[in-house]
Ligand binder design. Structure first.
Ligand code: FA5
Length: 313
């Protein structure tokens, strides 16, 4: 029997041998039944044989099971290095990605993210920003007016006011959000996004503004960016500038900025003799266009997946 067990070729054959040995009418079962009539020496012999046979069955079973598993693994082998049809997992939209990148840069520079409503009242969108009714600067932005006198926010500068009203100064905040104007061409949309920054404290200067803009753009584009400022006009900053950045051999207009106008600080209950600061605002759709080499701002919002794939997203 011992040789038969050792030479068994399959689990079925082993099972048949087991039944032959330990089954109801098995040879070993019969021997065990006679134990009561045997002497101590004879019993020891039967016990030893019993233990040995059980051990042999167990070892052989393990051996045959492993062999079966190995055979299965060999035939059902999966080659994980084989090429396969790539799954389209989707990505973030370039504008969303730009927003995340810009937020990360500004947060790393100590600016805190604020939000505000897209339907804005006259006070926050215009009046508190030193642009009272009949002020000619209101014509600078083609506004969507609502019947109740509110407006679709034309600029994220409204969030500066909300932030200063809420927490006062010193303050170092930024905001990113949708803004709306009645405009539409290859570089202007009726609904676009602006990014706004505000830093008010006791000793903030124009140099801080320039350094901040240069650092922000350089970090975002991951290279040294040269910037220049030109005199401009915004009712809520004095002096006001427009800032351009150098891209290749061209100067590109990026946005507006300046030192916060004393009237704006007063409107937010801040004493302009004690505090001063800078503010800046620009469209970040345009930054996404530059970073990803796109030419028509309208394509961002067409929802054309083929175009998005071509952008490398
Ligand atoms: C403003 O909106 C000011 N609030 C910016 C500012 C903030 C100045 C703080 C000073 C201090 P302006 O109207 O120039 O400024 O718009 C700023 C930027 O928004 C523009 O340079 C441009 O990048 C973007 N922009 C304006 N209109 C559109 C539009 N229709 N579509 C896409 N981007 C636009």
């Amino acid at each position: 029997m011992k040789d038969k067990i050792k030479n068994a070729k399959s689990l079925e054959e082993l099972q048949a041998l087991y039944t032959e040995t330990f089954g109801k009418n098995g040879t070993m079962t019969a021997k065990l039944k006679t134990m009561a009539t045997l002497s101590n020496e004879e019993r020891a012999v039967v016990n030893a044989e019993n233990t040995e046979l059980r051990g042999l069955f167990k070892d052989k079973q393990t051996e045959l099971e492993n062999a079966a598993l190995n055979a299965k693994l060999a035939t059902e082998y999966v080659d994980v290095t084989l090429d396969c049809e790539p799954k389209n997992r989707g990505t973030l939209h370039p504008v969303t990605q730009t927003l995340k990148d810009l937020s990360a840069v500004l947060e790393s520079m100590g600016f805190e993210l604020w939000t505000g409503p897209e339907i804005e009242d006259d006070w926050h969108n215009f009046t508190a920003l030193n642009t009272p009714e009949y002020h000619p600067a209101r014509d600078m932005q083609d506004t969507f007016f609502l019947e109740n006198g509110n407006v679709m926010r034309t600029q994220t500068s409204s969030i500066q006011i909300r932030a200063m009203e809420k927490v006062g100064v010193p303050i170092k905040m930024f905001a990113i959000g949708s803004t709306y104007r009645k405009e539409m061409d290859a570089t202007h949309l009726p609904s676009f996004h602006q990014i706004e920054g505000l830093y008010v404290d006791k000793d903030v200067t124009m140099s801080d503004l320039i350094a901040t803009l240069r650092t922000l753009l350089s970090k975002f584009f991951e290279r040294d960016i040269e910037i220049r400022i030109r005199p401009s006009y915004f009712p809520f900053t004095e002096p006001s500038v427009e800032f351009d950045m150098k891209w290749g051999d061209k100067w590109l207009e990026m946005g507006g900025a300046g030192m916060v106008h004393p009237n704006v600080l007063r409107n937010c209950n801040v004493n302009p003799d004690e505090y001063q600061g800078f503010a800046f605002g620009f469209g970040w759709d345009r930054m996404a266009m530059l970073k990803y080499g796109l030419d028509d701002i309208r394509k961002f919002y067409d929802g054309d997946v083929r175009w998005l794939k071509n952008t490398g997203f």
